[in-house]
Design a binder for this molecule. Sequence first.
Ligand SMILES: Cc1cc2nc3c(=O)[nH]c(=O)nc-3n(C[C@H](O)[C@H](O)[C@H](O)COP(=O)(O)OP(=O)(O)OC[C@H]3O[C@@H](n4cnc5c(N)ncnc54)[C@H](O)[C@@H]3O)c2cc1C
Ligand code: SF4
Length: 542
Amino acid sequence: MEEIEIERESMEYDVVIVGAGPAGLSTAIKLKQLCDEASKNISICVVEKGSEVGAHILSGNVFDPKALNELIPDWKNAGAPLNTPVKNDSVRYFVSDSTSFPIPTLLATTFKNHGNYIMSLGNFCRWLAEQAEALEIDIFPGFTASHLIYEDNKVIGISTGDMGIDASGNKKPSFEPGMDLRAKYTVLSEGCRGHLGKEIISKFYYGIGFKEVWDIDPELHQEGLVIHTMGWPAAKNVLSGSYFYHGENNQAFIGYIVPLDYDNPHISPFEEFQQWKHQSSIQKYLNGGTRVAYGARALVKGGHQSLPKMNFPGGLLAGDDAGTMNFPRIKGTHTAMKSGMLAAETIFEGIQNKNSTDNLESYASKLKSSWLETELLKARNFLPLIHKYGTLLGVVLAGIDQLVFRGKLPFTLHHDVPDHKCLKKADEMPKIDYLKPNGVISFDKLSSVFLSNTNHAEDQPCHLVLTDPSIPISTNLPLYDEPAQRYCPAGVYEIIEKGNEKIFQINSQNCVHCKTCDIKDPTQNINWIAPEGSGGPNYPNM
Ligand SMILES: Cc1cc2nc3c(=O)[nH]c(=O)nc-3n(C[C@H](O)[C@H](O)[C@H](O)COP(=O)(O)OP(=O)(O)OC[C@H]3O[C@@H](n4cnc5c(N)ncnc54)[C@H](O)[C@@H]3O)c2cc1C
Ligand code: SF4
């Protein structure tokens, strides 16, 4: 392999922000607003690995506008794409494919959505990016932050990835070196399981979330209706749940979330999702409809007790990169935005103080005295209660915690086992027979990935790096029936046979960047690193 020696161009910014999601864009906008008010010049850039802002964003999304009201109070006149207020909430428990019963929203307090909006988070981020650009913030889509730059143990910016390197690591004729973006302050807001954020923190608990967008029969569409479900077809002791949001233009945003602390390696979250669509109270809306988009993304469920230290020398973490999602509400947009806004306030103080980074610790106290702390604190025992006491008793106790004690139980339960350590041996756990997809309501992985418009430039180094290439066949296959074949929502990992030999094949071009393999591989042997910029899904309105 050719040793690549590269001279990189370098650019200086006051602040570099990684990721143009709600957290990163809110950080940029809030900081520029504060500097403009104080007549301070500041240069801010945001790098985004998607081919455009929104291309890698996937979310439900029912949006709580609390943070937006603070960031851009005049958002209605500024054209924010919030056109569908929630009109009706419904929560159901599925007993089987044909039987279900309603859970009063009085009990399921976390699913009350009055005052919220059904929207596409991808489109909302596109709009936020327009607001940022109007404030002269530089946004660079198609650029991946691949490394942190350190000086004297302090982060002083990021390097963007090189383009045009072949699968063996050699330069192609199209080679273009990445750039060093140096900054006084670096903000990591890469979303759940950020690959740079992982360098700074290592402890977390996750779920995998799926989403499909459907055009549904106008006769069956009820704009503003929000449905959440629990129960069937979730595997034993797994608190999978779902959402079905009736958005604008006769579209439905539907999805399914499986916590990644499941113990049965035979579970296939993708197939559970496909099966769920056949429950009679879901299928009745999909009959005659057309699926137009598909995607998947990991989400953070650790909650308040899993939040890491959110500042590091030279920078701050914001949003899901730090784990600010309120999982019991399935809401992380407003909390990501708020953490970004508080990161901006922290940096602004430093800028006012001769660009000092000494004050970054004060981010923690700002978080502590904000509504974000109150909200996450209230939700902190919800999931651990269910994990400890199971899906029936646990749900009742979690309901009592929220309804009677308003999340103020005088103790905090902790998540004690990381997700990748939860798997039991394949021969100790029951196999699961999932329904075969019918190609109308339910589908296979390949036709689904097709709808994510995923694309990676051919002939580039594989971005799914195995620490030890022998482990999938020597360890994971005999012990866990190599679960990557089932937990990956894009069919990237396959066991194929050549002659008498079993081979672990990685179809990396199909990867939708959900990061589940990086989280759930039982031996932590798979390392997701950022591929060449622009690679990955191209989601339209996810
Ligand atoms: C299935 C599902 C349903 C959900 N439903 C809801 C809901 O109904 N309501 C709600 O409020 N929340 C919901 N959430 C949660 C919500 O989407 C997240 O909490 C929120 O998007 C977090 O914002 P963020 O800015 O931290 O990260 P993200 O939205 O993930 O944005 C991160 C951005 O950074 C980019 N990026 C990552 N790494 C790099 C890199 N190295 N270089 C350059 N760019 C990079 C990514 O491409 C992405 O654009 C849901 C999540 C899922 C998965
Ligand atoms: S390879 Fe990993 S990150 Fe990519 S889609 Fe599969 S599980 Fe997700």
